[in-house]
Design a protein around this ligand. Sequence first.
Ligand code: COA
Length: 298
Amino acid sequence: MMESPFKADIVKGQVVLITGGGSGIGFEISTQFGKHGASVAIMGRRKQVLDSAVSTLHSFGIKAVGFEGDVRKQEDAIRVVESTFKHFGKIDILVNAAAGNFLVSAEDLSPNGFRTVMDIDSVGTFTMCHAALKYLKKGGQGRDSASGGIIINISATLHYTASWYQIHVSAAKAAVDSITRNLALEWGTDYNIRVNGIAPGPIGDTPGMSKLAPDDIDSKARDFMPLYKLGEKWDIAIAALYLASNAGKYINGTVLVVDGGLWLSRPRHIPKVAVKQVSRAVEKRSRNAPVGVPTSKL
Ligand code: COA
């Protein structure tokens, strides 16, 4: 485990509710927020996963509680938000980390499969934000009111271009980024609530990676993607802490890409050495060319 670059009290006294906080990236976010002073409520569908996550958090000395619930159900969202408030007395930070995913070609994906992921990722994120608003408002309305709460939505980079076999997740994460920006505008202006997102690249040792890049696919991807390397759950959790801490007090409506630059990668069409030679040669030819004669004709 990497040592934290932050002081151990940067979110001290804060109460954070994390959906999908019992496993994968969500659990690392729970752990890091807890280790930096926050009280942590985690929401998830599976009791066993929640119980074991909470007991691990307790073993680190973190104040933690788990609430069963499915972000697709509005009544669950409302109940879990209320329970978190009852348990800790307030809610300062909401992290939407719950997500659903599987690889499937568009042709083989049923509309219900598409809808299922939209429901979890996009509608679920909005539903949780909506349910938590009354607690995140805090200091009342207006720009001069006391600072409000914080929302962090976990999305992806899939939709920046296009992604094979991920049409449902691409669409869902595009909607999540949209929700982030629109709430940043509306709730930032009205309630001083900061709403930001994180777009993780491929993160090792997560349910997402084991579904999307089984070992054999993974090794092939490394061959044709020059920047390909896996991130760690820690990278995402520390980015979330940065956004939630006072270091991020002027950051609102941004989606921080944490992927080592991977989404920008593409094959080189010319080797680096060739660029040096070819580019100079072309310049020289064009400098000596009579005006009006295209360099291709020289
Ligand atoms: N390929 C194609 N379609 C699939 C699929 C797959 N691998 N897995 C599920 N679907 C389809 C189902 O066929 C169904 O559509 P249909 O009714 O038209 O047949 C629809 O998706 C819903 O499936 P169901 O199994 O009922 O959903 P669920 O609510 O039990 O589970 C999932 C939701 C499918 C997203 C499940 O993977 C999940 O719970 N994931 C959470 C954990 C996770 O994915 N973490 C990674 C985050 S990156």
